[in-house]
Design a protein around this ligand. Structure first.
Ligand code: SF4
Length: 329
């Protein structure tokens, strides 16, 4: 699992508000809470978290956590997913204003219409969707296992929502199926242009290019490896290569730099998720003090949405196995 605990090597200047950190760490014990943080969260949030990881690994940790209280530092859909997997626990938003724009790009009504128009298709939905949309899916997926899940379905026709870029990548990797793709996108990955990667490659010609599959097809085409953020972090640590151009959210690249001081990583600087950075230390502290805002989902939504998520977890992680090496040197 690509999660980690508190990094003892962070020093005072990395943490702007040490008093808030101390209070959070004390309250976390008092409340018997576990703090989960996504890889795109800022360093000070990662510092106070018990686990830092990608969506798939954090979902598994939320499901299996021993603590009765989960504070989730991530966008709305991840926090809701934790509640669906752990309905008897108190699952708290670190900041309930951190709403992922992509998750709002398809509604349950739109998905029901798609299903009506394609009654034989199986519905695969990215985890970056609302709980109500998940109720309409056969199976959820994360970027770490989207290809494996679509490939494993018996249906010849698949509805894939909402990310068009991940859908395009899956379609290329699973050409034997007809894949109907919704037109959503992640604004952060979608803003990375081919020219951004080309410019870095001109300056660093020996660097391997690793790309998240939420990037545009023309960016994905340039990749040596297409990986989830968790897969990227694992690759950075295990690879014999020493230089990498990394097309994903900036915080992941910062983490790679921190974890691998003997290697060089070149980021697309504008790839910064404002949604994820809405979570601040003061939000985490307030959440622990007040035990709010808590996720509140109707019982029938939890029950319906759990099955596609559990199918996703059962598929496990498969990004390194399915990543495409396009021009290995
Ligand atoms: S990186 Fe993209 S998909 Fe993830 S939370 Fe930000 S906007 Fe949403």
């Amino acid at each position: 699992m690509d999660c980690r605990g508190i990094n003892p090597e962070l020093v005072d200047e990395d943490i702007p508000d040490l008093r808030a950190v101390e209070k959070i760490l004390a309250l976390k014990k008092e409340r018997n809470a576990v703090i989960l943080a996504h890889n795109y969260q800022s360093p000070e949030i990662q510092f106070v978290a018990d686990y830092v990881g990608d969506t798939l690994s954090l979902s598994m940790i939320a499901r299996d956590a021993e603590q009765p209280v989960i504070v989730f530092c991530g966008p709305d859909f991840m926090v809701e997913t934790a509640k669906i997997l752990a309905p008897h626990k108190t699952v708290l938003y670190a900041n309930d204003k951190a709403k992922c724009p992509m998750a709002a790009m398809i509604t349950p009504e739109e998905l029901r219409t798609l299903k009506k128009n394609h009654p034989y298709a199986k519905v695969v939905g990215y985890i970056n969707t609302t709980a109500e949309c998940k109720c309409e899916m056969d199976v959820c997926c994360a970027s770490a296992n989207a290809v494996k899940i679509v490939r494993s379905l018996e249906a010849e026709e698949v509805i894939f929502v909402p990310d068009q870029n991940l859908g395009d990548y899956v379609r290329k990797m699973v050409p034997e199926k007809t894949i109907l793709i919704w037109s959503g996108f992640c604004s952060v990955h979608n803003m990375i242009q081919k020219q951004d990667v080309l410019s870095l490659a001109q300056v660093h010609p020996a660097a391997r290019i690793i790309v998240h599959p939420e990037c545009k097809p023309e960016v994905v085409e340039m990749a040596d490896m297409v990986l989830s953020t968790g897969g990227m972090i694992t690759l950075a640590a295990s690879s014999k290569d020493r230089e990498f151009i990394v097309a994903t959210e900036l915080e992941v690249v910062n983490r790679m730099v921190e974890d691998n001081p003997d290697k060089e990583f070149y980021a697309v600087e504008k790839a910064y998720c404002r949604t994820q950075k809405k979570v601040k230390l003061e939000n985490v502290l307030n959440t622990l003090e007040t035990l709010s805002p808590a996720v509140s989902l109707a019982r029938d939504v939890i029950d319906k949405a759990r099955l596609p998520i559990e199918r996703m977890l059962a598929a496990g992680r498969a990004d390194l196995a399915t990543a495409e090496v396009k021009h290995d040197t």
